[in-house]
Design a binder for this molecule. Structure first.
Ligand SMILES: Cc1cc2nc3c(=O)[nH]c(=O)nc-3n(C[C@H](O)[C@H](O)[C@H](O)COP(=O)(O)O)c2cc1C
Length: 380
């Protein structure tokens, strides 16, 4: 199947699966332990049903919106995903280019394989930095200052990674924790000559982190082993609030009390997330947590939701239940692995088309008309 023949995100996933070696696909596609939460994210969206309005003139529709105080062509963010340089040469740059062309924000992961400064120069759209808090806090602060200098408008602190989730797919291929690849993985790489020539020959690296490491430290061994600080706690938020004068988001919130605490600490936005089912297996999904959290924090803080968004209708459901928009994790990365920036663009086009159709089919003309009454109450 070719990119242009992909009619949904599942098709892009199928193309991606064939195009990259198994260890790359397993990293992108997999989740933690039994993948209960990974599956649960999609199932939670599927369980929600619309109560569509009928006989509304929907001949003129507008899918654009405001996200964090600035316009976005769609209520989506191309979210932070690590190791994109394994899916495609300069993968992070490709994602950022496609996001900028589509008029939506891009969040660069801490473990990006393209330099923040290059992304800001070559993909000048709305850019956010996703920050993990390193055990050596100077690394985090240095990354944040560089993003500020490069003109990034948002900082998204990820709070759900005190330790890495147990991702069994990555343990089996040898990607994590040490990149000691198994023989089967090495052979599989050899079966993908195009990937070898375009991706592997260039040895993708954690270029942003690498710059900040003390001499003699090897980033690859560093990444798997206690890289992030499990003592990151509420009291630390003030430091980041002081360091970052622009929009600050906390990613990884799933409870109303935590949401209230984050708002009290001065964050501008909440990202309800279970990390795409890659961290705590058994966690609830963000879309399930959304109604309670929206009630608890009121109208003010922007709420973004992620996990399991594979259809435009999922975006509509999240907005109807009180989100400003959604963050996409795997969907654009399937596109990236399937065909670089063109594949990411295809993923966004597919979701945009489905979202627009959902607006029309639910009797809505714009994002503001997606209200909670459109969603049927859970059946007893
Ligand atoms: C391949 C991959 C890498 C990810 N890397 C990061 C990361 O570096 N930082 C982060 O905060 N979240 C990361 N995430 C989580 C995503 O930001 C997002 O929360 C999740 O993927 C949403 O679920 P979805 O993939 O079902 O859309 C990653 C997710 C995937 C699939």
């Amino acid at each position: 199947m070719k990119l242009r023949d992909a009619v949904n995100i599942g098709d892009l996933r199928s193309i991606a699966r064939r195009r990259v070696p198994h260890f790359v696909f397993a990293y992108v596609d997999g989740g933690a332990e039994d993948e209960v939460t990974l599956r649960g994210n999609c199932e939670a969206f599927a369980r929600l049903r619309f109560r569509p309005r009928t006989l509304v003139d929907v001949s003129k529709r507008d899918v654009s919106t405001q996200l964090l105080g600035a316009p976005s062509a769609l209520p989506i963010v191309v979210g932070p995903t690590g190791l994109n340089g394994l899916s495609w040469r300069d993968g992070d740059l490709e994602l950022a280019r496609a996001a900028a062309a589509a008029g939506v924000p891009f969040a660069m992961s801490t473990v990006s394989m393209s330099l923040a400064e290059d992304i800001a120069r070559q993909a000048p759209g709305r850019l956010w930095l996703q920050a993990y808090v390193f055990a050596d806090r100077r690394i985090t602060d240095a990354l944040i200052r560089r993003a500020l200098d490069a003109g990034f408008e948002g900082l998204m602190l990820t709070s759900d990674f005190p330790v890495a989730g147990k991702r069994e797919g990555d343990l089996r291929t040898g990607l994590l924790p040490t990149q000691q690849f198994t023989l089967a993985t090495r052979l599989d790489m050899l079966m993908h000559p195009r990937w070898l020539a375009t991706v592997a020959m260039r040895r993708p690296r954690f270029v942003n982190v690498e710059r900040e490491l003390p001499p003699g430290q090897n980033v690859n061994s560093f990444v798997g082993h206690g890289m992030f600080d499990p003592s990151f706690r509420w009291a630390d938020l003030r430091h980041f609030r002081d360091l970052w004068p622009r929009k600050l988001l906390l990613k990884g919130v799933l409870r109303a009390d935590d949401a209230q605490r984050a708002v009290a600490a001065g964050v501008d936005g909440l990202v309800l997330s279970n990390h795409g089912g890659r961290q705590l297996d058994g966690a609830i999904s963000a879309i399930e947590a959304l109604p309670e959290i929206r009630r608890a924090v009121g109208d003010r803080p922007a709420i973004l939701v992620d996990g399991g968004v594979r259809r435009g209708s999922d975006i509509a459901k999240a907005i109807a239940l009180g989100a400003a928009g959604v963050i996409l994790g795997r969907a654009p990365v399937y596109g990236l692995a399937a065909g670089g920036a063109a594949g990411v663009t295809r993923a966004i086009e597919i979701l945009a088309d489905e979202f627009d159709r959902t607006l029309a089919l639910t009797g809505c003309r714009d994002v503001g008309e997606l209200t909670p009454d459109l969603i049927a109450p859970p059946s007893a």
